[in-house]
Ligand binder design. Sequence first.
Ligand code: ATP
Ligand code: MG
Length: 303
Amino acid sequence: MEFEDPVVKKVYDIYGSVVNTRKPVRDPKKILEVLRREYKLIVKPYIVYITISAFMNNRPVLFEGPPGTGKTEIGEAILTLWSGKSAFVLPCSENYDEYRVIGDFHPAIAMVKGFNEESFIPRPLLAALIMDTGVLIDEIRRSSEEFQNMLLDIIDKRRIVVPELKKVYKQSGTGFQIIFTSNPLDIAQNELSDAFLRRVIRIEFRYPSMEEEYNIIKLRLGTLINKLSSEIISKALKIVRELRQKGMYKPGTADLVSWLTLTALLADAKGKDRAEYIELCEAGYATLLKNPEDEEIIDELLK
Ligand SMILES: Nc1ncnc2c1ncn2[C@@H]1O[C@H](COP(=O)(O)OP(=O)(O)OP(=O)(O)O)[C@@H](O)[C@H]1O
Ligand SMILES: [Mg+2]
C-alpha cells in the first residue's frame, strides 16, 4: 500500500502485522453466535445489544463488574467482530499518558532530525484511529484523571491532535470504537468523573446464574469435562457462590474455570479416569486461596 502521510505509513509498518483482519459481524444475534462458537464466550444478550447500539451511535461503552466475569475477553471479542480487525488492548496504569497511547519521539533520532514525522513513534490509540479498529481500555479506574480527560476530548471529537507535528488525525470509518472496563470494588482505584460517566454507556456485569455458569464450564473444558462427575461440578458451583458472599477473595467465573480445569488435569496426571474429591480439594486450595484470611472458610467449604 502507498501512504501519503509518513505517520500513517509508520502505523501500518509497525502494527500491520499484529492486526489480523476477518469478516466483520455487526448483527447482534450473529455476534452472540460467533462469540459462543469461535471465542467460547457465553454472553448475556443485553450486553451485546446495548454495546452494538452504542457503537451505532459512536458512543463508548463501559463494562463494569466483579473480576473474572469476562469483561476483558468479551470486550476485545466484540470490538474485533464489529470492526473486522483485531482490537487493541490498553491495560491502564497510574502513569499512562498521551506519550504511551498516542505517540512520542525517539530521543536519538529527534536529536539529529528534530521533533518531526521522522522521529515520531505512533502508539496504539493513534494506530487504532488510523487503522479504524476498536480499542479496549482495560481497568480505566487505574489511570489518572488527566489521562481520562485526554480520552474524553478524543472521544467527543473523534480526532487526535499531535501538536508537535501540526497534524490532526480524524476517525475515518465506523470501526474505531472504544470499550472501557472497570471493577469498582477493586482496591486502590480512582473515581471516574461525572464528565467521564456522562459520555459512556455503562453496562453492568454480574456473576452468571448457576445454569449459565455450568454451560460456560462445559464450553470451556471441552472433553476434559468427562473427567468430572456432576457431583464434583455442582459442589464447585456451590462453593464459589459461598465465597462470593463470604470470602475476601471473590472467585469469578475465570477462577471456577481454572479450578475445574486443574482438577481434571490433576486426575489425568495421576492416571485416573475421573477426578475424585481429593483432586477437587487440591486444585481448590491452589486456585481459590489467594488471601490468608480466607483459609478458614475454604477449609470449611472443602471439608
Ligand atoms: N461469559 C463467559 N463465557 C465464557 N467464559 C467466561 C465468561 N466469563 C468469564 N469466563 C472465564 O473467564 C475468563 C475471562 O475473564 P476476564 O479476564 O475477561 O474477566 P474480567 O471480568 O476482565 O476480569 P478482571 O476484572 O479480573 O480483569 C475466560 O477465559 C473464561 O475462562
Ligand atoms: Mg479484565
